[in-house]
Design a protein around this ligand. Structure first.
Ligand SMILES: [Zn+2]
Length: 204
């Protein structure tokens, strides 16, 4: 394993630990796919989680501006997906603190726990396991800024953008691997359905 794991090493680690699966999958929104990514399945293994979060922290430390902020840096994640990444990165960087935002119900906005207060101008690094649509990170960024924090960067294990994923330029953005996803828009256009392959319904 390299100092920062390579794209291929990350993909191999995801496959070995069940985080990246081959098969025939149907999402709640009706899309079909032949691969399924669930980073949490990889993060359950402490050693795998450590390789990924240490790799990310090394990329972050290589940014001299971020490195200078580490003693004061807050690592903030959306719950629950980003939590293991946030604690791993905080431990590896020796940053100041970790906290998260969550929602009570699917249709409610992200919020912080009661009594959580940001210092004005607090330096915040946002982390998550995957950046896909970017909606959750955009919402989290706004929440931090509305509470007076300053977002200084963004780090995720896997970057899997689609054509409408926003860019967060000029924020420094780090990821360990960029994966393409191929989706079929429905069963009628799905190669695997045509072959009669049994389908797994996935929730996320
Ligand atoms: Zn299908």
């Amino acid at each position: 394993m390299h100092f920062v794991p390579t794209h291929d090493e990350v993909v191999a680690l995801l496959r070995r630990t069940g985080g990246l699966r081959d098969g025939h999958f149907e999402y709640i929104n009706g899309l079909h796919a032949k691969e399924y990514l669930q980073v949490a399945l990889t993060m359950r293994y402490y050693e795998a989680a450590k390789i990924l979060s240490v790799g990310l922290s090394r990329q972050l430390r290589a940014n001299s501006e971020i490195r200078a902020m580490i003693p004061e840096l807050s690592i903030v994640a959306p719950a629950t997906s980003g939590l293991p990444v946030a604690y791993g990165v905080c431990e590896a960087l020796r940053a100041r603190q970790v906290y998260w935002a969550e929602r009570e119900n699917e249709n409610e906005p992200l919020r912080f726990r009661q009594y959580l207060e940001l210092k004005k101008g607090e330096k915040v690094l946002l982390v998550d396991d995957i950046l896909r649509t970017g909606k959750k990170i955009a919402e989290l960024k706004k929440l931090v800024e509305d509470h007076g924090g300053e977002v200084v960067g963004l780090a995720v294990v896997i970057y899997q953008p689609n054509p409408s994923t926003p860019t967060f330029d000029p924020l420094p953005f780090y990821y360990l691997a960029k994966l393409d996803a191929t989706y079929y828009k429905d069963s009628a256009s799905c190669e695997l359905c045509k072959q009669g392959a049994p389908v797994d319904k996935v929730w996320l």
